[in-house]
Ligand binder design. Sequence first.
Ligand code: AMP
Ligand code: ZN
Length: 137
Amino acid sequence: MSECIFCKIAAKEIPATVVFEDEEVLVFMDIGPIMKGHALVIPKKHYDPVTEIPDELLAKLHITAKKIAKAQLNGLGADGVNIMQNNGKASGQEVPHLHVHVIPRFDGDGHHWNWNAKSYNDFDEMSELADRIRHSV
Ligand code: AMP
Ligand code: ZN
């Protein structure tokens, strides 16, 4: 993926502030942090969306995200951590190379996700959607 910005970061063709790496995984600071200390965990090889990556490598990404979360709690004094991963434009994804956001959170830090919870018309509507997911697993 010659035009992918995260492939270029993985190949060290463009700079990033790296906090951890091994043969398969790279972790670097997000340049537009939701909260200062926000890091991104990526596979060095290009995958997108999440349904395309081999299970073992996905597990490794999330184990790495857990390590970074621990480092934010211990090293930055964070009180909490958001771990999230977007897939597709509809989800808000901007960079189409799989990445896991690890975002340190602090009591009273002022950031609020615009969660905007919806409700189902009735129980049947929720059950029908559950059925469709259940039968597609
Ligand atoms: P997403 O919306 O899930 O695709 O998130 C993409 C993230 O990548 C955003 O939080 C950006 O701030 C971040 N980002 C984009 N370009 C760079 C870059 N060159 N170095 C570090 N982070 C970046
Ligand atoms: Zn890529």
